[in-house]
Every structure is written in structure tokens, then in C-alpha cells.
Design a protein around this ligand. Structure first.
Ligand code: BTN
Length: 253
């Protein structure tokens, strides 16, 4: 994959900008990077706080040829990529890098990275997949609302981090993993490593479906990225990220 990086001092949202460029015919491998976002988008319609000068906000454009059902696995692949890169750069036994299924990267039970993947279809075929990544890099303070749930690399590892270095490592690692994914079209090659980092593994979680919620034990993902959970009666359910969310029984993770 050859990456082309378009940098903006300020933008509404890198996901929105890359979509505009995609409509204009941009090719796979475009990266839109911004120092500040005015309308940073989080999952489930939330806002992603995006102040200038301290964090990473970027989106990548992919034009995969596979079936749309496979696209959600790319979010998991990106979470795995980010977690792996952070582990290489900041390995710490005390503060391991973890993943909250499906795609939040966590340190000390707080979120350090969020990923928003959006797909556009042309009939039954994928027109584009946009993966937006927000990483709290050098941020030192959070709003009262986020204080207990969010952290940054600088707060955790007590050092200022060069954002460009982190970005280039992530793009390099993702390109490699994406190539393998396109070949085998499932997550079997990262499943074990992902599950090792999964903060939910073997923990009690609440599975929140649109129409019901229940408590279960999270076991790990299968090769297509669904979360396997063991219910109280011992039966196993597979939970799909698009339909349900999972949260810890005692808080965020
Ligand atoms: C989440 O809610 O966990 C997902 C957050 C994703 C934020 C990133 S920042 C770069 C890209 N542009 C956006 O507007 N959102 C994503």
C-alpha cells in the first residue's frame, strides 16, 4: 500500500473530508490528517474532542473488493494494529496496552484511542471504507465528563510522544496486516494476539442488545471478529459489534 498524506491544520472531521475526496475519485491509500477537528465524530453519534497541537486525528481510505459483510473486521484489524504499535513503542508490564472489544484501545482501564469506521456502498459493492482513528497522544487534561474514562500516552508513560513517528508506525503496520487480510479475508491470523490484549477476556460483561440485555462471560473473538460470550446457562452466544455493545459490569471496561 502506498500512502498519500493530506495534512490540514484545521478541518471539520477527517472522516468527512476523506469522504468528500472519495466522492471526487481519490484512490485507496489516501490519508487525511488534521491537527484540529471542529466536528470530530465518535461512535454512536458522540463528539470526539479534538483540540489542536496534542493528538492524532486521521482517516484512511480503502477500496476493498470483498463483500460488505467483511468490512467491520477492518475496525478490529485497526484496533489490533494500534495496540500492537503502542505495545512495541511503550512496552510496560505495569500498564499493558489492552483492547476493549471491538475497537477501543485501553491503558489503565481508560480509553486512549477510538476508531470510527464508515462504509459506503454502490449497489451491493463497497465503494469505500473509511477508517478514522483518534489517539490521545500528548493531552494532559480532559473535561470532567471524560476524566475517569480517557487517558493519553503522555499521561500514562510520562513522556512527550512525536505524533509523526506514531502515525508512520501505524500506517506501516496496518499496510502489512491489510495485505494479509485481503488474502485470507478473515481475522484468523490476528485472533490469538488480539484475544491476548482483550481487556474483557474472561470477565463478566453486560451484552446490550436493542431489545434486551444480559450478563455473560466474554471469551474472546472468533475468526470473523464476533465476540463469543458464555451465558449463565452455559450456552455460547456470538455477539456482533454492529448490533450490540458490551460493557463491564462494574464500569467502562
Ligand atoms: C469512538 O467513538 O471511539 C471513535 C472515535 C473516532 C475519532 C476519530 S478522530 C479522526 C476521525 N475523524 C473523526 O471525525 N472521527 C475519527
Amino acid at each position: 500500500m502506498n500512502w498519500d498524506i493530506a495534512f490540514y491544520e484545521e478541518i471539520d472531521s477527517t472522516n468527512l473530508e476523506i469522504r468528500r475526496k472519495s466522492i471526487d475519485g481519490a484512490r485507496q491509500g489516501l490519508v487525511v490528517l488534521a491537527d484540529k477537528q471542529n466536528e470530530g465524530k465518535g461512535r454512536r453519534g458522540r463528539v470526539w474532542e479534538s483540540p489542536a497541537g496534542e493528538n492524532l486525528y486521521f482517516s484512511i481510505l480503502l477500496r476493498p473488493k470483498f463483500a460488505p459483510e467483511k468490512a467491520p473486521m477492518l475496525t478490529i484489524l485497526m484496533a489490533h494494529t494500534v495496540a500492537r504499535v503502542l505495545e512495541k513503542m511503550f512496552y510496560s508490564e505495569m500498564e499493558p496496552i489492552q483492547i476493549k472489544w471491538p475497537n477501543d484501545v485501553i491503558i489503565s482501564n481508560k480509553k486512549v484511542c477510538g476508531i470510527l469506521t464508515e462504509m459506503n456502498l454502490n449497489g451491493c459493492q463497497i465503494e469505500d471504507v473509511i477508517i478514522g482513528v483518534g489517539i490521545n497522544v500528548n493531552r494532559m487534561t480532559f473535561s470532567e465528563e471524560l476524566e475517569d474514562k480517557a487517558t493519553s500516552l503522555r499521561l500514562e508513560f510520562k513522556e512527550e510522544v512525536e505524533r509523526e513517528v506514531l502515525l508512520s508506525q501505524i500506517l506501516c503496520e496496518f499496510a502489512e496486516q491489510y495485505e494479509t487480510f485481503v488474502e485470507i479475508q478473515d481475522l484468523s491470523f490476528v485472533k490469538e494476539a488480539y484475544n491476548k490484549m482483550l481487556v474483557n477476556q474472561n470477565r463478566e460483561v453486560m451484552v446490550l442488545e436493542p431489545s434486551r440485555e444480559y450478563q455473560a462471560q466474554a471469551l474472546g473473538i472468533n475468526e470473523i471478529g464476533k465476540l463469543l460470550v458464555k451465558k449463565e446457562d452455559g450456552s455460547i452466544d456470538t455477539v456482533y459489534a454492529g448490533e450490540v455493545s458490551v460493557r463491564g459490569v462494574y464500569g467502562y471496561v
